[in-house]
Design a protein around this ligand. Sequence first.
Ligand SMILES: Cc1cc2nc3c(=O)[nH]c(=O)nc-3n(C[C@H](O)[C@H](O)[C@H](O)COP(=O)(O)O)c2cc1C
Length: 291
Amino acid sequence: MTIKYPNQTVKLLLERASCRSFQNKKIPAVVMSYILNAGVHAATGGNLQPYSIIRITKLTNRKKIAKLAGQGFIADAPVSLLFCIDWHRLKRWAKLETAPFAATSAFRHFWISFQDTMITAQSICTAADSFGLGSVYIGTVMEFFPMLKRMFRLPNGVMPVVLLCLGYPKSKLVSRNKLGIDTVVHNEKYIELSDKKLLGAFNQKYPGMKIEINRERLKMIEKVCKDIGGDKFAQKCLARIKKQGYISWSQRYFGLHYVANEMPKQNEKLLKLFEQFGFEWFKKYQIPKSK
Ligand SMILES: Cc1cc2nc3c(=O)[nH]c(=O)nc-3n(C[C@H](O)[C@H](O)[C@H](O)COP(=O)(O)O)c2cc1C
């Protein structure tokens, strides 16, 4: 079925999909330049642009990241862009201009710069799509931020957020089901969906997506459920799995993949990571002295 779109931009946005299989074909410099320029023209809080982009094209670096991330296709993408929050450049600017600076100590600045960085990344994605390129974000780079800091000589105040792989897709991309506007858009006030409608929306997004039961998976879900809700909850979850005859997509997400018992335990480690990258907004409030 051919769908009619009112314009090319809408077609591009509605048909977008992540790409994990790339042709062995370079991206022309002029194309790359347009794409990157689309990024720097994105909206940014206070027009400050507190971000930097590390462009990675060397095969050795691509292979290294692919190995660290455990995602081989990263090496096949001719270009990967590492999007970083960057308060280092603004700190230097302030120093050169004899202006006061405390942005790395303020969560408010961090919060906005995170948004700025992702908005820039998404403009780059859309621009890449418009040239027939494919892209995929890689969030698991989070597991090895310190390695990236060393690899790309990131100064303090520069912290990676996400990697974006770019390249020409090997085959036509197929867009995935999403929750529709009926579910995610609320007119004037937040509307609580009925249980039936909510389940219906998710079932439409993940039609027939059931995970086969095996001993290992059951053991894992049981452990996660026990940690989160105690024995009773674990038994309730196992009984439900047994009754339905499969592991549901929600049980898979939070019981097997993004395991609910482990995720919050990472908080402390992540705060230490922020400190390692020169951020201290989570510490007790103090105004740093300008040097
Ligand atoms: C912040 C973020 C991190 C992601 N990390 C990964 C990743 O590490 N590996 C991967 O293959 N896809 C990753 N993705 C892509 C998502 O899996 C993908 O967007 C999602 O499954 C929806 O599919 P679609 O992009 O084709 O609509 C990431 C996406 C985002 C926005």
